[in-house]
Design a protein around this ligand. Sequence first.
Ligand code: AKG
Length: 337
Amino acid sequence: MSKKRALDSFFTPISHKKPCLSPRPPVESEYCTIGPSSIDVSNHRSYPYPIPHLPPHIVEELSRVPAAEGREINNQPDLDLLYFQPYIPKGVERDLFDFLRQQLFFYRVQYTIKRYGTETQINTPRYTTVFGVDTSSTFTATGDLVDSQTTKPVHLERYKACASQPRPMPQCLDLLRRLTEIFTGATYNFCLVNYYADGADSISYHSDDERFLGPNPSIASFSLGATRDFCMKHKPMPPKDGHPPPEQNLKPPLKLPLASGDMVLMRGKTQANWLHSIPKRKGKGNESGRINITFRKGVEKYATQNYYQYNVGEGVIWKWDKRKGEMKEWVESRNKG
Ligand SMILES: O=C(O)CCC(=O)C(=O)O
């Protein structure tokens, strides 16, 4: 099916009140809800609170993605990127940013690692959250987890090491996931969200090359809000006997100034060979927030354990406080009613 036809069959004309997506079965999380607003929110027993569905005008604008053609960047060894500037139409990306920052729950994960034999505490320098489950399990329409092969309920043991039981993607992220699948030709079962409150938040050089993502994974990475530099450098190349260090090691990092609505698809040998980061940017002009959303596919149950450990953890829940214009600790009793 062509992308255009896939998109046409994905969106039906928008009624004046509610977005109507068809044809497809209900998204898992849409129906595991109680109360009168059940069709307007996604909920699940693992969520601290329900997440509203996207407002109709955002859904309508998303039917115009990608807003620009993707540009291939593959002029360096092992690099294979498709860069959309932007993917999400201008104007609506700001509404999507405001909506997600307001509605999602976030964490500021702390964990310890052994460095040179000493336990060191790591404070993740950004807000994070995650939804999804690896390919060994699937969510049913009522939000239960079943084994993907047998369709039998998943025993609690499978994810007992996880910081939280796996959470289905809420409608607002699942819709973007399905649109991304149409245009990238890949499938995704995890959505990781980072919120960088300002230039002091960051992610250091790393690659998403874990075995649980399989060989040559495709990772679609969206930017919303403030522009931040996305830096990439080749992993150090070993010198070949008797030769000077490979030229690639001396090259300055590639820098993509990711703006609101942009999407970078990293694919092929990129993760196996390249590192990426969002460096800190201190000082004036770096006070505004940025959301990053990545869609990935985890093919082993360890993907679920790893992603929930490092993106949910065991600490408090953070939610955007619109009045104060900052993240505040979310406390259940205070927010009831
Ligand atoms: O914020 C970004 O653009 C990059 C995020 C990232 O590298 C990650 O979540 O692994």
